[in-house]
Design a protein. Structure first.
Length: 596
């Protein structure tokens, strides 16, 4: 438990004052609890035996003892309330800090990490696992810490009063410790398994619900449900095992504790009968004995919470321990006023370093040029586009902006000057205007609307009930592909960056949507350095230079006319594109001759 606190010490550090106040209140509460049995001793040993207690006797002594007991109980309740509120408040605040820190860390991790993780599992770590840590912290700070303080106080006072009786009281501690250690390991193991299976359940649910159109169109509900049930059953089995052992532990603890109390009562009664101990002192020891075992019993009851918290802490710390593969170098400096000269020189890169996707790629784009990347599907064209804003780092070679290696520049300054319009435009929850402003949060409404009009977003926004303030469904499911793509273009326009990367922005669009998107792209690319992954003849013909990529290598380069004239990958591809364009062109209607 305390190792978990130590591992999260950096998150607890800002709350030192609240922890200190809570700790002092815990000490005060322990002192009041230790004093509570002593008025009872005075009543039994003095009042009932008609022995004065200093100047007090009779009804005055009884009233003083009753007042003392009530006062100690009231003060104890108040300090317990204040201590628990302070310490549990620290747990809540730390939970908020930890969740925010984990989310921020996840955002900053490189794409190669996210591509190997399940989104649902990461979401589960961010919510449920962090919640289990908070439950653990509250249990430790507001339950176990006060009881542990009380335990130490009882042992100290017991040893000072009667060392033999104190030793007798703690004889049950070794067997209790062995039982707790054994069961804690078992419960933690099953809790970790349960947390892992919960991640699989959440991941599968997230995957299916995000692709519900595909599931329904392929009648996959039954298959998805069966798979979900298998994951859920695995989670259930682990949960039932954890519950079984968690239920056994308190029962075992109760047997040991009550056996110890019976031994203390037996020995104490014999000592009272032979006159070696006062009855009031026995009652004090019995009260202390009850409080002595209370922390152990609390620990047994909290084993499930603690084990789940430790398992959740391991999963959260596993994420926090991952370092971003792409991050600012110690000497990184910001890049200001980019002109737009882009170059890749001898670049080799692979998502798995042992399996390169690009091999010794060299290409350049001068400021204001339109550069097209052409080639077969899977050749590595989109990968080139991801290296320029440094979504990934190359294994060898260099990517430069205006002659500066991007690894020597700060990530924010590079990405602030490069806009990426992907093949499948992703929209966030919020309004249409919110999505346009995503890359330029300080833009005015007038600037956002101007960019939207330039991208022909107004062509469909005017038909929506709330115009630009219409809420977009998750991932933009309520809009067509062409509409989402025009919003993505407006988002890039309002950023007004000198370099624009287009990754097949018209792929999969119908002729009308493509025409509107292309008009928006013409305005986006005007006067900027543009690198476009293209399969459209119209785009390839407009390019100042085309680089042909095949199997991760640049196999040819030139203008459209030059490449179409010489044998190679591009001419074959160009002939196919020309044939497709001719085949899809609508045939003219036959003209009817007038009758008579």
């Amino acid at each position: 438990m305390f190792s978990v606190l130590w591992r999260f010490r950096a998150t607890l550090a800002p709350h030192r004052r609240e922890l200190t106040v809570g700790g002092l209140l815990v000490l005060a509460g322990a002192g009041l609890a230790l004093a509570l049995p002593w008025p009872l001793k005075i009543v039994v040993d003095h009042l009932l035996q008609d022995r004065p207690f200093g100047p007090l006797s009779g009804g005055v002594l009884l009233g003083a003892c009753i007042a003392a007991m009530c006062g100690l109980a009231a003060l104890g309740a108040l300090t317990t309330y204040l201590a628990e509120r302070a310490l549990a408040g620290v747990g809540e605040r730390m939970l908020a800090d930890l969740r925010t820190a984990t989310f921020a860390h996840l955002q900053r991790l490189s794409l190669d990490y996210h591509q190997t993780q399940r989104v649902g599992d990461l979401g589960n770590r961010l919510t449920n696992d962090v919640n289990t840590i908070q439950s653990l912290l509250v249990a430790v700070l507001s339950v176990l810490l006060p009881n542990a303080t009380l335990l130490v106080g009882i042992l100290v006072i017991s040893v000072l009063i009667d060392p033999f009786f104190a030793l007798l009281s703690v004889l049950v501690v070794p067997p209790l410790y062995l039982v707790l250690v054994r069961y804690r390991r078992i419960i933690k193991s099953w809790a970790a398994t349960a947390r892992r299976e919960e991640g699989r359940v959440a991941s599968h649910a997230s995957e299916v619900l995000s692709a519900i159109r595909l599931v329904k169109s392929h009648s996959g509900e039954g298959r998805s449900e069966r798979r979900f049930r298998s994951f859920s059953d695995a989670r259930l089995a682990a949960g039932l095992q954890r519950v079984d052992f968690a239920a056994r532990l308190p029962a075992a603890v109760d047997v040991i504790v009550h056996t110890g109390r019976a031994v203390v009562l037996l020995v104490g009664t014999l000592r009272v009968l032979d006159g070696s101990m006062e009855l009031g002192l026995l009652l004090v020891f019995l009260a202390y004995n009850e409080k002595l075992y209370q922390p152990v019993k609390q620990l047994a009851k909290l084993q499930t919470t603690i084990s789940k918290g430790q398992a959740g802490a391991d999963r959260v710390l596993e994420v926090l321990a991952v370092e971003a593969a792409v991050r600012d170098a110690p000497h990184a400096r910001p890049l200001h006023h980019l002109r737009g000269h882009v170059a890749l020189r001898g670049v080799t890169f692979g998502y798995d370093p042992d399996r390169p996707v690009l091999h010794d790629v060299t290409l350049t784009a001068q400021p204001g040029q339109l550069i097209a990347l052409a080639g077969p599907t899977g050749a590595g064209k989109s990968t080139v586009g991801g290296l320029i804003p440094r979504l990934y780092d190359v294994q060898s070679g260099t990517v430069t902006l205006d002659g500066h290696d991007v690894r020597d520049l700060t990530l924010d300054s590079v990405r602030d000057q490069v806009s990426l319009v992907p093949q499948d435009a992703v929209l966030m929850s919020g309004t249409i205007l919110d999505n346009i402003a995503f890359g330029a949060p300080h833009a005015t409404r007038e600037q956002l609307v101007e960019a939207a009009k330039a991208a022909y977003v107004d062509e469909f926004v005017d038909r929506l009930p709330d115009g630009y303030d219409t809420e977009v469904h998750e991932r933009g499911g309520s809009l067509s592909g062409g509409q989402r793509q025009r919003i993505a273009i407006a988002r890039a326009l309002v950023r007004d960056t000198p370099v624009v990367i287009l990754d097949e922005p018209t792929s999969g669009l119908d002729a009308v949507s493509e025409a509107l998107v292309m008009k928006g792209l013409e305005r986006l690319t005007a006067g900027r350095t543009v690198i476009v992954v293209a399969h459209r003849l119209s785009t390839l013909r407009r390019a100042d230079r085309i680089y042909v990529i095949d199997r991760g290598r640049v196999v040819d380069a030139g203008t459209h006319a030059e490449l179409a004239a010489r044998p190679g990958v591009f001419r074959d591809m160009n002939l196919l594109l020309s044939y497709q364009a001719t085949a899809t062109r609508p045939s003219p209607r036959p003209r009817l001759k007038a009758a008579g």
